[in-house]
Design a protein around this ligand. Structure first.
Ligand SMILES: Nc1nc2c(ncn2[C@@H]2O[C@H](COP(=O)(O)OP(=O)(O)OP(=O)(O)O)[C@@H](O)[C@H]2O)c(=O)[nH]1
Ligand SMILES: [Mg+2]
Ligand SMILES: [Zn+2]
Length: 292
């Protein structure tokens, strides 16, 4: 007779190998059954023990959400079952606006609430960078300026009851935030100067931490790109939240909002209802979709 299946949560994903925290508390290193590699940090799984500290994942439960990215060749799962995406920016080093927009698009497409953290506000350029983010707060994305080096309490309050994933470029301070929130995490934090020279990211895989019984936080490796090749133009249109009232109102049904006559999106931008930087980001991303 087969032993009964165990149940747990994937707390770390290293390529095809996963660390699973069993509901009873024990941690097992697991491989998936067969060739499947569609399991992400945060997934709930059923597994069988195969040896001391080891197991094989037999099945993953249906997910409430999945955050993933893709390019023309492959997909990369970031986190499963999250209820909030925290895009981490920093006053320094400079963050890429296109990457911020891509993270927000991915969040909207996955129907997960997004919050923006601006970290390192202890640095002198903070007021300027906060002002520069006003277009995003106007869209409804909450902005939390903070310094993980000083206090993370304001963020802790926003994480309460959520499973959140921290995403963003390397060097923004994601792992510093995790270490401040989870005293026994002791995850490695990198010097930005080293990263600038070597291009190496300090965090190499996603890991889930429990803040309390109902609050979870996933740290993820720094992103250089956030491929959205899997979206259609319609997906992208809807993922730009301020476009929604104007969708379907262009003169041409197949309008790409790239300067066609009678474009409702262009008209909205001219009226100030769509920020020029968002329309520019939209056009850049549209040019990179596989199907569009
Ligand atoms: N001045 C200042 N520096 C900070 C703050 N938070 C983090 N740092 C520094 O920023 C650098 C990068 O921090 P990490 O936490 O490793 O950044 P990360 O986003 O996890 O980077 P990856 O793992 O490569 O994606 C470290 O040198 C931190 O000490 C802050 O609030 N203020
Ligand atoms: Mg890190
Ligand atoms: Zn149009």
């Amino acid at each position: 007779m087969k032993p009964p299946l165990l149940h747990g949560t994937v707390v770390a994903a290293f390529g095809r190998s996963y660390e699973v925290a069993l509901d009873a508390g024990e941690r097992l290193q697991c491989l998936p059954r067969g060739k499947r590699s569609d399991i992400a940090c945060g997934d709930r799984v059923a597994l069988a023990r195969t040896g001391p500290g080891q197991g094989v994942i037999e099945a993953a439960d249906p997910r409430s959400s999945l955050l993933w990215r893709s390019d023309a060749f492959r997909q990369k799962l970031i986190a499963a079952n999250v209820t909030q995406i925290v895009v981490v920016l920093a006053v320094w080093p400079a963050w890429y606006e296109e990457l911020l927009n891509r993270c927000l698009v991915a969040a909207e497409h996955a129907r997960i609430a997004a919050t923006i953290v601006l970290n390192k506000v202890d640095l002198p350029q903070a007021p300027q960078v906060i002002a520069d983010l006003a277009d995003y707060t106007r869209l409804g994305y909450p902005l939390l300026p903070m310094s993980a080096a000083q206090s993370v309490e304001a963020l802790r309050a926003r994480l309460d009851g959520h499973t959140s994933v921290l995403v963003g470029q390397s060097g923004m301070g994601k792992t510093t935030i995790v270490n401040a929130l989870v005293p026994d995490a002791c995850a490695a934090v990198g010097e930005v100067s080293e990263w600038l020279v070597s291009g190496r990211h300090t965090t190499t895989h996603a890991r889930l931490y429990a803040l309390d019984d109902r609050t979870r936080l996933i740290d993820s490796p720094g992103l250089q790109a956030f491929g959205l090749a899997h979206l259609s133009q319609t997906d992208l249109d809807h993922a730009f939240v301020e476009f929604r009232p104007f969708i379907g109102r262009c003169r041409f049904a197949n309008c790409r909002h790239a300067g066609e006559p009678g474009c409702a999106i262009d008209a909205a931008a001219a009226d100030g209802a769509i920020a020029p930087r968002r329309l520019a980001a939209y056009r850049t991303i549209l040019g990179t979709l596989s199907a569009a």
